[in-house]
Design a protein around this ligand. Sequence first.
Ligand SMILES: [Mg+2]
Length: 429
Amino acid sequence: MENNGSLGRVTVQRNIKILMKKTILHVDINSYFATILQQENPHLRNKPIGVIKDGGRTCLIAVSKEAKKFGIETGSRKREALILCPELICVPAAFDRYLDTTKRLQKVFATISPSVHIYSLDEAFIDVSDCRKNLYPNIKDLGNCIHDLIKKELGEWVTCNIGIAENRLLAKMASEVAPKGTTLEITDENKDALLASTPFKDVCGIGYALSKKLKLFNITVPYQIRFMSEEELNIIFGPFWSKELMKIAYGEETHLLSQLDKKIKHMKSVGRSITGYHLYENDIEIGNVLKNLCIEIISKVRVMNLAGRQVQLGLYGQEKGWSTHVTLRTSINHLNDLIDWVSKLYLQWHDKFPVIKFAVRLSLLKEQDQEELLPEWQKQEAVQRAFDSINNKYGIFTLHPAAIPPRNELIFPEVTGFLGDKLYQLREK
Ligand SMILES: [Mg+2]
């Protein structure tokens, strides 16, 4: 009798586990930046394309699948890429249209499940756990349906990879290793094979430094980690990564990916960095670039009705870098305040070097729920509101402080592939 009881409990527990097993899809558009340009311009199709930020740039921020066949990778220099493939066509990116396309994708995904997480500009996790049984009894059919829906919405040239698994880690790994334009489902049968064959570079969250360290110890695939002791892992990778690596070894979701369940009310910081067109040595020129970045940050922060009290500044040369920050007592969201604080931080930079990359960030953001009573603040707010209303209507740099970079060197807002500011870009208006 007792045995039956405990067996019954085990069966019930197992059933609950089976019932609770999730179904997550990871959809990843193939060579997004290049594919969208090829969709818009049929003469670019079937040709090796390198996408550059704009006319004066030399770094390829994306490459088409045809260019990848020549060994050209994202991040390659144009000059080196042309040696590998002299027919390479370099095309400027179309950031506004990429974002528009992502919003269209978001609408497509919303028709599949109410639980969608846009992970980057061209990637999304779709959780169909709750609706699988009734709506998608054959999950492979759903995969095919998504391929068709994307082609219908974005065009015939646009293909994607789809990974299906019980969690986000495995779903993303599956879409990473699936042949281009296909769906791969990970089940209990093929899970270990995936973990034993996927290189760490294709595992979400493993950065450059960590993958280098893993390589140093001849650890190339997640499955190998299973044969290491906790103590050994701890010594080499530290307490956080030893746990995370063990999770990855067994195909469990990592901390980074499980954080996606957390509802984030608003952005914690808004920053902007840019690699300049040339090396900057002149204080006035550098100041103008920094003002340019401040304008973008304040416009985003104000649109979201936020204010921040930590200002960070980073300046980077070809070999050197310098950064600092200040934490303020009260939050700011007026342009002149941010410019003032960035200027004060700039004055702390003594060991000067020619600058190629600039970074400004306003952090510790909170909702700006009440106005300050100080007359000076009220005056600034009135000026800032007038500034906002003109720039919101006629474009971001219509009204600007006296000195910013010349028009042809102005840095306009743009989206990044990883869509770090998605709460701003995909906000409901
Ligand atoms: Mg992609």
